[in-house]
Design a protein around this ligand. Structure first.
Ligand code: ADP
Length: 555
């Protein structure tokens, strides 16, 4: 804008100077022309009168006038007198326009331009009474010569005007533009900072567009935040890559699942995030347009990945990747597979034994005195089978987890006492004393499951005890928790097995299976019940000293 204003000011200045000069020149030249013609006319008149009065004496003209030339021409065109040159040397003047005109009308005028002298010559001719023609002439500067004469002056004035324009335009543009700049700085309160009234409609449009832009930006920001929140709260990993495999978006879950450092990955290559070969191979395929679903193993975790190309119209512009942690699923599948194998094995052992004894009796091989003993063994194995099948059923019910838990307020102390009375006989058989201590504490739980839990813990505490040993069941409340502990003075569990005893069919001493009479499922059932009640289980045990299992419920 500044440049435009400057340019226009210079243009106006320049044109004004030029026009003023041209018009002044023309007027000035007009004056000179008029004046010269008038002077010549008067002078010629005066000379004519003198010529007549002096009796046609030519000598009279020898007046030495600086700028006026006098010529007397015969009617045939011969020059008989010339004040500025030798009359004899001069050519015939009969064809000069002013002479022709003077012969016809008595007076004649002409102006001739000399390009070599760059001036104009004015002629005035009068027909004298003796037939001769008197001609006077004067030279003046041509209009061009006048113009060239004043040109340095014009240039000087032009430069002054240029400087003035420069100062003026700077001041003017500053005055015009600074309020507009102020308006632009205070775009939010345009009405209060209006520079010119003419700008009101313009300001209104700007204001409206500004509001619209702000709203749209807010909307975009909200949408962005929404997407960001969804991505960040997703347990699934999300990854968006450009066609060059640079990271455009990655959520926390993806960083965690890929066990990567928590840094800013935006704009960086996927290799900064993970160098896992199967993952990178799948991405390479997706970049070429394939949709891939794959299982990968990273840092002890199984991840299921779904990778798809991202299209804009028909062109692939990037790759989107979803990562799911399927470790638990994989592990429970593994546990289930092992469980099925173990169940078959566990059932086969007592059944083989039962079948063997029954066959001996059937074939009459067994002696009469042994039959009672064999029957007892068949009975024991059958009892074990029933126990085993009961535990398998309980566990598969817990596994299914389909029905919602029937919860009610249950008193842990009461249930512990019931279990105590149920286990009194087995405890006496093992010469173990059992006692329940503590206060009455209520929790929201499933009563039969809680009974199963306490019964299994107490049953283990009796079975893995030593003669004259003790079992103490304690119930107490602590802040927002209710704590149940079952402590025994039994054989204890070596530390390396502390985690494993909760696995299905896991037994520390496989050889003692028969004597202890367990199924290997008791603690798995306990662990399940604890999980379903959102409780926590912990174990402390020392070999030959005893074991304490603690369950912490949240009230
Ligand atoms: P089981 O039917 O064999 O007792 P559990 O799942 O109840 O099966 O227990 C798993 C294993 O943990 C047992 O075989 C035993 O070796 C060990 N165990 C459980 N409770 C105790 C305890 N109180 N003292 C010592 N060892 C125990």
């Amino acid at each position: 804008m500044r440049r435009k204003i400057n340019f226009h000011l210079y243009l106006v200045g320049g044109i004004s100077i030029l026009l003023t000069t041209i018009f002044t020149m023309m007027i000035y030249y007009g004056f000179i022309e008029q004046q010269t013609k008038r002077d010549l006319r008067n002078y010629a008149g005066l000379l004519g009168q003198n010529y007549v009065l002096s009796g046609h004496n030519i000598q009279l003209y020898e007046t030495k006038s600086q700028d006026i030339r006098i010529t007397i021409i015969k009617p045939d065109g011969r020059v008989i007198y010339e004040s500025a040159a030798d009359a004899d040397q001069m050519s015939n003047h009969s064809n000069r326009p002013e002479i022709i005109e003077a012969k016809k009308t008595g007076t004649g005028e002409a102006v001739r331009y000399s390009s070599t002298l760059e001036n104009d010559t004015f002629y005035y001719a009068v027909l004298l009474d003796d037939g001769n023609i008197l001609r006077v002439s004067r030279q003046t500067h041509s209009i061009m010569a006048l113009f060239l004469g004043v040109l340095p002056l014009i240039i000087g004035i032009g430069m002054i005007i240029f400087l003035l324009c420069l100062l003026l335009s700077n001041a003017l543009t500053e005055r015009i533009i600074s309020p507009i700049e102020k308006m632009a700085e205070n775009i939010n309160s345009l009405e209060n900072n209006l520079a010119y009234e003419e700008l009101i409609p313009f300001a209104k449009i700007i204001r409206m567009q500004n509001i619209r832009i702000i709203r749209q930006m807010e909307h975009i920001e909200q949408e962005k935040n929404k997407i960001q929140m969804i991505l960040e709260n997703m347990s699934e990993g999300f990854l968006l890559l450009s066609i060059d495999k640079n990271i455009l978006s990655v959520n926390h879950s993806a960083i965690n699942l890929l066990s990567a450092k928590k840094i800013d990955y935006l704009g960086k290559s996927i290799l900064y995030l993970s160098r896992n070969e199967p993952l990178n191979n799948s991405i390479n395929h997706a970049v070429k347009g394939e949709s891939i679903s794959n299982d990968i193993f990273i840092d002890g975790r199984y991840l299921q990945i779904f990778i798809n190309p991202v299209y804009d119209k028909d062109e692939i512009i990037g790759v989107m990747c979803i990562l799911l942690d399927v470790t638990e699923k994989k592990e429970s599948e593994k546990i289930r597979r092992e469980f099925t194998a173990n169940v078959s094995h566990e059932l086969k052992t007592p059944l083989t034994s039962i079948s063997g004894y029954a066959e001996l009796i059937e074939n009459g091989i067994a002696k009469q005195e042994d039959i009672k003993d064999f029957a007892k063994k068949i009975h024991n194995e059958a009892t074990r089978l029933i126990l085993l099948i009961n535990d398998i059923i309980k566990l598969s019910e817990l596994d299914e987890n389909s029905t919602e838990l029937q919860l009610e307020q249950v008193d842990l102390l009461d249930i512990a006492k019931e279990c105590e009375s149920m286990l009194l006989v087995p405890a006496q058989k093992k010469k173990v004393s059992i006692m329940v201590v503590g206060e009455s504490c209520k929790i929201l739980a499933n009563p039969s499951m809680i009974e199963e839990l306490i019964y299994n813990l107490c049953d283990n505490a009796i079975r893995y005890n030593k003669p004259n040993g003790n079992v103490t069941v304690a119930v107490r409340a602590e802040d927002t928790h209710v704590i149940l502990s079952v402590e025994d003075t039994g054989i204890g569990i070596p530390e390396k097995y502390h985690n494993r005893i909760f696995e299905r069919f896991y037994r520390v001493d496989k050889g003692r299976l028969k004597s202890t009479g367990g199924t290997g499922l008791g603690l798995s059932i306990v662990k399940h019940i604890v999980q379903q009640h959102n409780a926590k289980i912990s174990l402390s045990s020392t070999v030959n000293v005893g074991t304490k299992i603690t369950v912490m419920f949240t009230t």
